[in-house]
Design a protein around this ligand. Structure first.
Ligand code: SF4
Ligand code: SF4
Length: 258
């Protein structure tokens, strides 16, 4: 019997797309639950609705600070979790929930929905709107290997998780947990990492991004700093430092899921 890690899932304000992405792992999710994860609470998938003490908490959605319960819930999640993972663009940067209140003018003071990093210390960011099912599954496997694996597995898990653990610490051009088109420009486009997929332009709620000659161009006067483009960009958290270890990392994940 494998020594499982305990996991919780706190669900705050968002579209529930991250839960759907998690469930889209199908057999992979069943393997995780069977072998590695003891799901202690999750409003949607587990028959337990009260926050419990766990090794790892995944948090989906941003915090509505007008909702006392949501504020208490995120604080209790932090108190009862060894590791807190912000899952998806809303938890990491606010994303579309930044756009959820009032007639938006350019650059509004939008403070009703905050990314969780504005209220608690966060250990890992998984950006994406929603993150891919594989990404969520891989982080769960790597969290298990980091906490319960052999020395070699712990080293691989550290290499895999390092870029995601750096995101809450390094912050963005706008601050710790606010992102905007400048971050896309600085960390992706100017680094030559943009592959012209157009996801950033498609996700922008105010149509501030247009694709020109295959590359995104942002109108900064229109940008409301929701961070949706940065959260959505598949290259936004690309880390060249771990490229050399990716084959071994993938092998470790595949072996764990067999
Ligand atoms: S460019 Fe659009 S998606 Fe990106 S932060 Fe600004 S408003 Fe949000
Ligand atoms: S989402 Fe990222 S990779 Fe895709 S076009 Fe925008 S900046 Fe480029």
């Amino acid at each position: 019997m494998v020594d499982k890690i305990t996991v919780g899932y706190t669900h705050l304000s968002g579209c529930t797309g991250c839960t759907v992405a998690l469930a889209d792992n199908y057999g992979g999710l069943l393997t995780l639950l069977d072998k590695y994860v003891d799901l202690k609470y999750m409003p949607t998938l587990a028959d337990a609705r009260h926050i419990q003490k766990v090794d790892v908490s995944f948090v989906e959605g941003s915090v509505c600070i007008n909702d006392k319960l949501a504020v208490e819930e995120i604080k209790e999640t932090r108190e009862k979790s060894t590791v807190v993972v912000a899952l998806g663009g809303c938890a990491c940067y606010g994303n579309i929930t930044r756009f959820s209140r009032g007639g938006q003018q350019n650059q509004p003071a939008q403070e009703a929905f905050l990314p969780i990093g504005d209220l608690i210390k966060v250990d890992v960011y998984i950006p994406g709107c929603a993150p891919t099912p594989q990404m969520i599954r891989n982080v769960a496997v790597m969290a298990y290997l980091l906490l319960k694996g052999t020395k070699e597995q712990k080293d691989l898990a550290t290499a895999f998780l390092k870029p995601l653990m750096a995101l809450p610490v390094q912050g963005t051009a706008c601050g710790a947990s606010t992102a905007c088109f400048c971050d896309l420009m600085t960390n992706v486009i100017d680094q030559g990492l943009c592959m012209g997929c157009g996801s950033c332009a498609a996700v922008c709620p105010v149509r501030a991004i247009s694709m020109e000659y295959g590359k995104p161009n942002g109108e900064r006067d229109l940008c409301i700093k929701c961070g949706a483009c940065y959260a959505q960009c598949p290259r936004g958290f690309f880390n060249t430092d771990v490229i050399g270890e990716y084959e071994a990392i993938n092998e470790a994940i595949m072996a764990a899921l067999q």
